[in-house]
Write a protein that binds this ligand. Structure first.
Ligand code: 13P
Ligand code: SF4
Length: 341
């Protein structure tokens, strides 16, 4: 984010007042944000935090947000499951999703009467874009009576056609909980194949891929281990089963974070999006994080500047066609409260 060269309004200068108001936040990120960069972030952070209080707004921040967002303006952070759960509990009038569009839609489905904002409407997801509602209808015709489990990384239109949602944090539990011999699980082929290895249920897959995780190869992991003896390798289940087979643990972004908190591996690599390591490293300065990672171009469309504009102008508001929203909400709520066909 290049905010240094812009001429800034008076209230976005790094004044001593801003410095004082944000110094406790800099302490949280000093391991990963150089001191010289702080004056570019701090005025935006101070203003965003002021506006949140004035407008009774809450910022939900996904684990892939950059550290100045994740640690300094987000009120609730976590994986997509945690963000969906917290969206059901908030008493704020405005929810700003510091994450991608499907996460904002999920928050809106769970809060139809609240204002849900996404700071950049271009924050999409290759998985969500890999399938449409019409595709799901065709699959259901092909496999009549087979329940459809959809990853939350899908549009509301796709959720409306599904029986129940899942995330990478609960996929095994959701599939097993259905108690049926066969399910359709979409759109992430790798998540479906990784889940299939852990359950007895037969899983029919779709060809969706995450642009970040499909890039990692088993060779990458082997060469990582060769150049970093003793490194503990944690990966997201959106990686291929061949990559997961080379790793020590696979889990959602929260799962990886919890693994680090519990086991404190002295040298660790998170095979996932880059900001995740920065955010966890900020909390565990004593651990060494090896950093081969891939950036998610969609998550990186969320910046402090557009979060500020979103709050100031209350844009871009997420709207979901009511005819779709009712059915999509059922799929999300079934995931959160449990359901059997
Ligand atoms: P999590 O639910 O694990 O946070 O994953 C969301 C995501 O988009 C991963 O690429
Ligand atoms: Fe989608 Fe992959 Fe980006 Fe997650 S990391 S939002 S799955 S493209």
């Amino acid at each position: 984010m290049n905010v240094v060269s812009r001429s800034r309004p008076q209230d976005l200068r790094f004044t001593s007042e801003v410095e004082r108001a944000t110094s406790h936040l800099y302490d949280k990120v000093k391991k990963v944000i150089p001191e010289v960069e702080w004056p570019t972030y701090a005025p935006l952070i101070a203003r965003i935090n002021q506006l949140k209080a004035q407008k009774n707004a809450v910022i939900l921040g996904h684990n892939y947000m950059t550290p100045e967002i994740f640690h300094c303006v987000a009120d609730i952070t976590g994986d997509s499951l945690a963000l969906a759960r917290s969206a059901t509990k908030t008493t704020a009038d405005i929810i700003v999703m510091a994450g991608v569009h499907f996460m904002a839609e999920t928050a809106k489905l769970l809060n139809p009467r609240k204002k849900v904002l996404i700071p950049n409407t271009g924050a999409g997801c290759t998985l969500a874009e890999s399938i449409t509602g019409a595709d799901v209808r065709k699959l259901k015709e092909q496999y009549p009576g087979v329940p459809v489990v959809t990853y939350v990384n899908t549009s509301a239109e796709v959720k409306a056609e599904a029986d129940i949602c899942c995330t990478s944090g609960n996929a095994v539990e959701i599939v097993e909980g259905l108690g049926v011999p066969r399910v359709i699980m979409l759109p992430d082929e790798y998540l479906a194949l990784n889940t299939a290895k852990k359950v007895k249920t037969e899983i029919i897959t779709w060809k969706g891929r995450c642009v970040v995780h499909e890039m990692f190869t088993p060779d990458d992991i082997r060469s990582l281990r060769a150049s970093n003896p003793g490194v503990v390798v944690l990966a997201h289940p959106e990686c291929s089963p061949e990559v997961i087979a080379e790793c020590d643990y696979a889990g959602s972004t929260a799962g990886m974070s919890d693994y680090v908190a519990k086991h404190k591996p002295p040298k660790v690599v998170l095979v996932t999006e880059c900001s995740m390591s920065d955010n966890v490293a900020a909390e565990y300065p004593e651990l060494e994080f090896v950093r081969p990672c891939n950036l998610c171009p969609f998550m990186k469309k969320i910046e402090l500047e557009n979060i500020l504009v979103a709050l100031e102008e209350e844009r871009h508001e997420v709207h979901i066609d009511p005819a779709i929203a009712g059915r999509a909400r059922i799929s999300v709520e079934r995931m959160l409260t449990g359901w059997k066909p």
